[in-house]
Design a binder for this molecule. Structure first.
Ligand SMILES: [Zn+2]
Length: 373
């Protein structure tokens, strides 16, 4: 992975390059950044750079023996620990699948990943005690050829108390070892682990970075590129998903839905939910994301700084009227129910039942705000 293959993050790249060039590479690091920020890709690019035998000022050479192996994630001194699901106990059992999944989409999230090893992934992912022991034993061996034998621990959020087995290693790894933990949120990482790693904070991507990538890499028209950037909210993984689904019909579907929720007519709602259920789960998840944004936009229109609104003209006209039905209280109730609907959709819930109940609930919430007003 070269730095130049990673979208945006110019500031972080510069910082990482400068650390590597001064030779003050901390042996245990935590790269923390939200989903779709490129945190895992940056960790791999950094490891490649410090191991490159002919590094340039801005990037690895890409052609030395080390780079060629890093490019396929197949360097013998590059090790991955990733969440797994039973019956798998150790990352090495699934590392081939992981390489393939990452190379196909370096911005993948844990849900995408667990789906690739078990499409019926209602099971909880885990980093097991066996895996922790495996990390310790493989890092105790000397490296084959690399300057830094590198261990990447992706999603240390999955390490529960078994993570404490690693503390001594994280504090004092064998010489020439680089351990990079790659997390989305520090709140979910064991405090004992956090205190032993040097943190590199990675921000979410800017709309501009995503929009440019959509235009230049995926050849989107400028309007579509900027719509995707706005909807993906700094998450490139989400932007890629949006690119896969046709999202032009979101507004019509959303505005009709809100009207039916409000009228509460079950036959209209049933027809609407039947139609939505026929679109596929990936579309449904993205549509829910769009709905959350629109409801928040109505709230901002009513109470906030209208300069912060990220809507087009058609959406604006709708929310001028719709904002009368949104309050601080029902905003949080409705967005929470929508967040839960995303999880239920991922877990293969029956969409017709889910959305019928959700619609009736949203209808009650909207009418409640109207009564209070
Ligand atoms: Zn190189």
């Amino acid at each position: 992975m070269l730095f130049k293959q990673i979208i945006g993050q110019a500031f972080i790249k510069e910082k990482l390059l400068s650390v590597a060039q001064t030779g003050r590479v901390s042996h245990t690091q935590l790269f923390v950044g939200p989903e779709g920020s490129g945190n895992l890709a940056l960790a791999i690019a950094f490891a490649q750079y410090v191991n490159c035998t002919n590094p340039g000022k801005d990037d690895s050479c890409g052609v030395c023996g080390s780079c060629v192996k890093f490019d396929k994630l197949a360097h013998p001194d590059l090790h991955f620990t990733v969440p797994t699901i039973s019956p798998y106990k150790q990352s090495r059992e699934v590392v081939e699948d992981f390489r393939e999944a990452f190379l196909a989409n370096p911005y993948l999230n844990d849900y995408d990943w667990l789906q690739t090893i078990d499409s019926n992934a209602n099971k909880q992912g885990n980093i097991t005690t066996d895996e922790c022991r495996d990390i310790i034993s493989r890092l105790s061996l000397t490296s084959y050829e690399a300057k830094f034998k590198t261990q990447i621990i992706w999603q240390p959020e999955y390490l529960k108390t078994e993570g404490n087995i690693l503390l001594k290693l994280l504090e004092e790894p064998p010489q020439g070892t680089l351990i990079i933990l790659v997390a989305n949120a520090t709140e979910k990482v064991l405090a004992t682990i956090l205190s032993r790693a040097q943190t590199v904070k990675i921000p979410k991507l800017s709309d501009e970075d995503i929009s440019q990538a959509m235009e230049h890499i995926h050849h989107c028209q400028p309007q579509k590129a900027s719509d995707i950037a706005r909807l993906s909210d700094g998450n490139y993984n989400h932007a890629l998903a949006l690119l896969q689904v046709e999202h032009d019909g979101y507004f019509e579907r959303y505005s009709a839905w809100m009207r039916y929720c409000f009228s509460g007519k079950v036959d209209e709602l049933q027809k609407w939910t039947d139609d939505l259920s026929g679109t596929g789960r990936e579309y449904v998840k993205n549509f829910i994301g769009y709905t959350i944004q629109m409801i928040r936009a109505a709230f901002i229109y009513k109470y906030g700084d209208q300069k912060l609104l990220r809507v087009n003209e058609q959406e604006l006209q709708f929310l001028v009227k719709f904002s009368a039905f949104v309050s601080a209280r029902n905003l949080s109730e409705i967005t929470q129910s929508l967040d839960e609907a995303v999880v239920a959709t991922e877990r293969n819930a029956n969409l017709k039942i889910l959305f019928l109940n959700l619609s009736l609930y949203i209808g009650r919430q909207l009418k409640g705000a109207q009564r209070a007003a």
